[in-house]
Design a protein. Structure first.
Length: 103
């Protein structure tokens, strides 16, 4: 089963508005990804919901400006999130190494 799908019913809203369904994801990814994407100037709306606690799914909605495709905004957001995570890991590992040198 794919980890990402599009919610049915969005076909008529154009490429700039989509709801994506993430399998096996929840508030942890949804909140941070929403925070990143909401800052983009070409995004009118970005939000997520976990429809039911018994289902391990997250619905993630993006509405972009003009001819900007929602899938491209999602890809950019995921790439930016990956860079933030990489920076966090590098900073943490450098701090641990510095601490270990003083002990």
């Amino acid at each position: 089963m794919p980890k990402l799908a599009e919610l049915a019913g969005d076909e008529n809203s154009g490429e700039s508005s989509r709801t994506f369904v993430f399998e096996d994801e929840g508030h942890t990814l949804g909140n941070v990804l929403k925070s990143i994407i909401c800052k983009y100037p070409d995004v009118n709306f970005c939000g997520y919901t976990v429809p039911h606690p018994a289902e391990n799914k997250m619905h993630f909605r993006i509405q972009a400006v003009g001819k900007v495709r929602a899938i491209d905004v999602l890809r950019r957001g995921l790439a930016d999130l990956e860079r933030v995570c990489d920076h966090t890991i590098e900073t943490f590992e450098a701090a641990v190494a510095e601490y270990n040198e003083t002990v």
